[in-house]
Design a protein around this ligand. Structure first.
Ligand code: GYE
Length: 385
């Protein structure tokens, strides 16, 4: 099919335009008042109207593009296959909802959505089905960071552009664009805040339990690495670090077993997402262990979805490091750029904020950049996803 040939050509152009690989050290901007994304290294901007794209448009000979043959030509819907991780958390629900809203029929899309239920084999099969169906674009949120080169080569051979969202792919660059968060920065921010907070509270003995996200997910790897870097630097004692699978049940189970092994020995619990924190709270409550701003245990979380922020507001969670799930509008910018024959940014970073209950640490320094700590209010909770 002609449009596939054109797409394959665009893929080749885009592969040549790779600027940096995923996982570079650039902190996403932590501007306290706006939600959005940063494209590449150049700060926040509209990804569809930057110079790089304009140049690429000029360089691309699209004289052979026949509008009727292009995806979505002649008023046809643009077909998208989306292989979503699963439905494990509030964050995931917000991500799915955002994609379904943006890629609606009303907006000109036919979205084939597959919930992969956290199973990598199901995710690979979903992508191969999308190739079979000859969709126009594939969106994937990779459950794990590795094992991608073969299937991405198959997409490339079929001329179907792949857009990666949220978690990164670490062993292949055969995708057009990635839109997501810098998970290591989130982990570093958590560590820097904990350092400032324990100093402000005169807590010199820091004994930490970590409830990790799913094993092999880049969100888990980055948050773990960032936090550990600060813990090692500060000489904190990480008593244990186990997989809670990003679920409430997982968080509760891990916390219950931690309480059996370490009761009386820990004063910090780091949960790598809100749902795990809800489970950890249930386990601590049942064991009579107090947590949060008035408790014996400092409780920290990631994601900062509405329910998580409610617990920051109530003081049950001390700090919550946002991970912004609303990538879909930026993915749509990527698709529009491709539709117009342009070259989208290889990496687009979501903008995120760090939330706390107490007004004692106004900002922290992460990778040399000052980042605000935002005290949660009712209005912030209500405006959150
Ligand atoms: O933090 C967690 C979800 O990949 C960033 O996955 C995402 C993580 C998020 O289940 O809640």
């Amino acid at each position: 099919m002609k449009r596939k040939v054109i797409a394959a050509f665009l893929c080749a152009v885009m592969t040549a335009a790779v600027i940096t690989g995923c996982g570079n050290e650039d902190a996403s901007s932590n501007d306290a008042n706006s939600k959005g994304a940063d494209a590449g290294d150049e700060g926040s901007k509209d990804t569809s109207s930057d110079d790089a794209n304009d140049d690429a448009e000029n360089d691309t000979d699209d004289s052979s593009v026949d509008d009727a043959d292009a995806p979505g030509g002649d008023g046809e819907l643009i077909t998208i296959g989306f292989a979503q991780v699963g439905h494990e958390s509030d964050w995931r629900t917000a991500s799915t909802k955002s994609c379904q809203e943006v890629f609606s029929e009303e907006n000109g899309y036919d979205l084939q959505f597959v919930d992969c239920d956290n199973d990598s084999a199901v995710q690979l099969e979903a992508i191969r089905n999308f190739i079979e169906q000859d969709v126009d674009y594939i969106i994937v949120d990779p459950i794990v960071a590795t094992g991608w080169d073969t299937v991405l080569t198959e997409c490339d051979d079929a001329g179907i552009p792949v857009i990666v969202i949220d978690r990164t792919i670490d062993d292949s660059d055969k995708y057009v664009s990635w839109v997501g968060s810098n998970f290591k920065t989130e982990g570093l921010a958590c560590g820097e805040w904990l350092k400032a907070y324990t100093e402000a509270k005169n807590i010199s003995d820091v004994n930490v339990l970590v409830i990790e996200g799913s094993t092999g997910a880049s969100a888990t790897l980055g948050r773990t690495e960032g936090f550990k870097e600060i813990a090692d630097r500060e000489g904190w004692n990480i008593l244990d670090s186990q997989d809670g699978d990003f679920t409430q049940d997982g968080g509760q189970e891990v916390m219950e077993s931690y309480i059996k092994s370490y009761e009386g020995k820990f004063n910090v619990v780091i949960c790598q997402n809100d749902n795990e924190a809800f489970g950890a709270m249930d386990a601590m409550k049942a064991a009579g262990i107090s947590y949060g701003v008035d408790g014996d245990v400092i409780l920290v979380s990631f994601d900062a979805c509405t329910a998580g922020l409610q617990f920051v507001l109530s003081g049950d969670i001390n700090a919550d490091f946002e991970c912004n799930p609303l990538a879909a509008p930026f993915v749509e910018d990527v698709i529009k750029t491709l539709q117009e024959g342009g070259t989208p940014e290889k990496e687009v970073y979501m903008e995120e904020h760090w939330y706390v209950n107490e007004d004692i640490i106004p900002s922290i320094e992460v990778d040399g950049a000052s980042q605000d700590m935002t005290v949660v209010t009712e209005e912030i909770v209500e405006a959150q996803y």
